[in-house]
Design a protein around this ligand. Structure first.
Ligand SMILES: Cc1ncc(COP(=O)(O)O)c(C=O)c1O
Length: 465
């Protein structure tokens, strides 16, 4: 590498803003060693950069990007072409923007952060050299044990730690399961309406994708048996359907399990918020009724701990464990050790259980606050079909079909709600807003937020109806 190349790299980094005025650059000796070039090559490059005013030498204080440098911005590079699906663009932006009323975010103000930080510190300090190599691809063994223990006690499963595969969450779960068990021609069924991001992912990775409608008792199993009895996979949210929050009725649960057994199909049970059931007893998972091991249970810590943790898991049916491990060794890398260790300790010391117990009561209260505020400000606009749990409200429009425009209006005011109809694909749509309430701390706060959109909402609906 010659001095011109080093010069060009630095100039490019400075012009692009990656190196900012005042940033320190490496000493000549250090950079020469790093790039395996002679010191005089770096010296020459720095001399030109200094000569042209990009860098300044400050003697013993080293060399920096010229603090007085003014970079005239050129036109920004052309934006990449948007994805064909504009609703996806809109919602991806929405994911990046924390905003208010976002679906599925736990109550961040009530997270036991001090405990978490204490454990994090202890775990970081106790890292042993032998732990610094790659860990098993299926996950950190004590975490797999803690998850199996939790699921067996709280969700009614009967699984061994060896069946738990730790992943980075829902999408990784689906990708891995289909990669291990599916042929491209296999028929995959998803709920309609169904989890927006699941639907988008499956459209890309499951070529033979179909849908089954959902009504007040959950997924319509008669429809499934009538039109798609030959399906190899069904992905479903039986405890609280996403987004309608209804619970799959017990007769339908048995019907589904019977179908899977008879047909040797797989049911992927997405139990994303099964912990949060308020008024009745927590509902055991569908997996707890599965005596033939046809249910692949998937879970996440995004709702119970925090989304940024990015830890989820698959409970692999026993007969599939070796296939998951074999392919996993080829396609997966496993997750970072530290977060897994912290989480394992958070579970094994009992903080997790305590936290979700507290959240159950809190979410019930916060849902009430949000509903009261909605009823006061929009008495004629929405109707509700409340279930016993979940982390969001579906506010159905009493009249009209303007939910996409309405969601956009709310989003423009930083209220990050979803339009219900966007979660449907082909069956008869319903219209409304999907509203998160877990971070609403008082009715006053809910009122203040909703007042931002009260008048424009009424105006928009009046115009449309
Ligand atoms: C239906 C459903 N499944 C799964 C998840 C969990 O996703 P992840 O594990 O990627 O955070 C969510 C989160 O919003 C969800 O709504």
């Amino acid at each position: 590498m010659g001095y011109k190349e080093i010069y060009a790299r630095y100039r490019q980094q400075i012009m692009a803003g990656a190196l900012k005025p005042g940033d320190k650059v490496p000493a000549i000796r250090v950079l020469a060693e790093e790039l395996k070039v002679a010191r005089k090559t770096v010296e020459a490059a720095y001399a030109v950069l200094i000569g042209e005013g990009y860098l300044v030498s400050q003697g013993a204080k080293g060399t920096r990007v010229n603090p007085d440098l003014v970079i005239s911005r050129r036109e920004p590079a052309e934006e990449p072409a948007p994805l064909a699906d504009s609703s996806l663009n809109q919602l991806t932006g929405l994911r990046d923007n924390p905003g208010e009323m976002r679906l599925g975010i736990p109550s961040l103000d009530e997270f036991p952060l001090k405990k978490w930080l204490l454990i994090s510190g202890k775990v970081a300090r106790s890292l042993r050299p032998e732990e610094m190599t790659n860990q098993p691809v299926t996950g950190y063994a004590p975490l797999r044990e803690a998850i199996a223990g939790y699921l067996n006690i709280s969700r009614g499963l009967d699984c061994q730690p060896e069946q738990v595969f730790i992943t980075s969450g829902y999408r990784a779960n689906l990708r891995l399961i289909l990669q291990v068990l599916a042929q491209p021609s296999d028929k995959v069924i998803f709920e309609d309406p169904g989890y927006f991001f699941g639907q988008k992912l499956l459209k890309r990775i499951a070529p033979n994708l179909h849908y089954a409608p959902v009504d007040r008792q959950g997924i319509n199993v008669d429809y499934l048996l009538r039109y798609h009895a030959d399906a190899r996979f069904l992905i479903t949210t039986p405890t609280h359907h996403s987004p309608l929050a209804v619970t799959l009725s017990l007769p339908r649960k048995h019907q589904l399990l019977g179908w899977a057994q008879e047909n040797q199909s797989w049911i992927i049970e997405d139990d994303y918020d099964g912990e949060f059931h308020y008024t009745k007893k927590v509902i055991p998972a569908l997996k707890s009724l599965d005596h033939d091991d046809r249910v692949i249970y998937i879970g996440t810590f995004s709702k119970t701990v925090m989304p940024a943790l990015r830890i989820g898991y698959i409970v692999m049916p026993k007969e599939t464990v070796s296939r998951f491990k074999e392919l996993g060794e080829i396609t997966e890398t496993g997750l970072s050790l530290l977060p897994q260790k912290i989480l394992a300790q958070f579970l094994s010391e009992g903080h997790f259980y305590k936290h979700i117990k507290k959240m159950r009561t809190l979410y019930q209260q916060r849902r009430r606050l949000m509903l009261d505020a909605l009823n006061r400000l929009f008495p004629e606009t929405f109707s509700y079909e409340l279930s016993d749990g979940g982390m969001h409200i579906v506010a159905f429009l009493r009249r009209g079909t303007q939910d996409v425009a309405l969601a956009e209006l709310w989003q423009a005011q930083q209220l990050q709600v979803f339009s219900l109809s966007a979660w449907y694909t082909q069956t008869q749509k319903r219209y409304g807003l999907i509203i998160g309430y877990t971070n609403i701390r008082s009715e006053q706060q809910a009122m203040t937020l909703l007042q931002r959109v009260q008048q424009p909402t009424l105006a928009l609906l009046q115009q449309a109806n």
